[in-house]
Design a protein around this ligand. Structure first.
Ligand code: HEC
Ligand code: HEC
Length: 203
């Protein structure tokens, strides 16, 4: 009994100090997001065809990691870094910014957003996806934090295809692993099939 109450006092102190030490400033995040909307759209919906990906509603763990990758040129896009002001942003600003972007409910904010069904065979793609992608990206391609894997549902197929090409060319590292061979043995058709299955998950 005594132990229990001692424990609960310690726990509430920890919780209390935790709550005080970090609360994202969403207003600040929203202000900073203005520099992103120029390319990614008012609510981060991107553009059809995926030249600019959808970022609204992506999870914090992924956003935070990716903007750091751009800022340090692990992913190369100097225009985004300069115009988006990622080169001069403090860590706190980056935290606020990604908290704001993650808080966007994209289906409410952009009700007309849909991902057009891609050009391949969704049935074949589903089988491949279940075997080789699901463990990290999730059954509905919703992403998995503990694998650091992003959601790929609701992302433009052409954008995803471009990333896979970057992974194959080692211009970007899949799963943070320079040796990653996930895509080496797939034919172009099989990759199209997987992306087609993913493109059917936006409902
Ligand atoms: C000048 C245009 C431009 C601006 C401004 C810009 N971006 Fe981007 N962003 C891009 C392009 C283009 C890509 C895709 C790069 C690629 O294909 O690798 C991208 C990719 C991303 C991605 C990767 C998405 C994914 O699913 O992998 C994130 C996250 C992102 N941008 C966040 C931001 C944030 C946050 C800001 C504002 C601070 C911002 N961007 C400002 C053009 C821009
Ligand atoms: C072992 C875990 C793992 C497996 C299995 C896996 N992925 Fe990934 N994937 C990741 C991680 C982690 C990332 C984020 C990479 C980064 O840090 O930039 C990623 C990123 C991606 C991206 C880029 C998304 C974006 O928004 O930029 C695509 C596309 C992708 N994976 C497709 C696939 C496909 C298709 C398969 C199955 C053939 C697959 N992945 C299997 C872990 C995995």
């Amino acid at each position: 009994m005594r132990y229990k109450s001692f424990y609960s006092i310690i726990m509430s102190c920890l919780l209390f100090s935790g709550a005080n030490s970090y609360a994202a400033d969403l207003e600040n995040g929203k202000d900073l997001f203005k520099f992103c909307t120029l390319c990614h759209g008012q609510v981060g919906q991107g553009i059809k065809g995926g030249d600019f990906p959808k970022i609204g509603g992506l999870p914090k763990y992924y956003l935070r990691d990716q903007i750091e990758q751009f800022a340090t040129e692990k992913r190369f896009n100097p225009a985004m870094v300069t115009i988006g002001r990622l080169d001069t942003m403090s860590d706190k600003d980056k935290d606020d910014l990604v908290s704001y972007i993650a808080s966007i409910d994209i289906q409410k904010a952009a009700p007309t957003l849909t991902i057009p069904t891609f050009i391949g065979n969704a049935k074949k793609g589903k089988k491949l996806y279940k075997g080789d992608c699901k463990t990290c990206h999730g059954k509905k391609a919703q992403g998995k934090e503990k694998k650091k894997a992003p959601p790929t549902a609701w992302q433009y197929s052409e954008y995803l295809l471009r990333q896979i090409d970057f992974f194959k060319a080692k211009d970007r590292h899949h799963d943070n692993d320079p040796e990653d061979e996930t895509f080496d043995d797939y034919t172009k058709e099989e990759i199209n099939d997987i992306l087609t299955f993913i493109s059917t998950l936006d409902d």
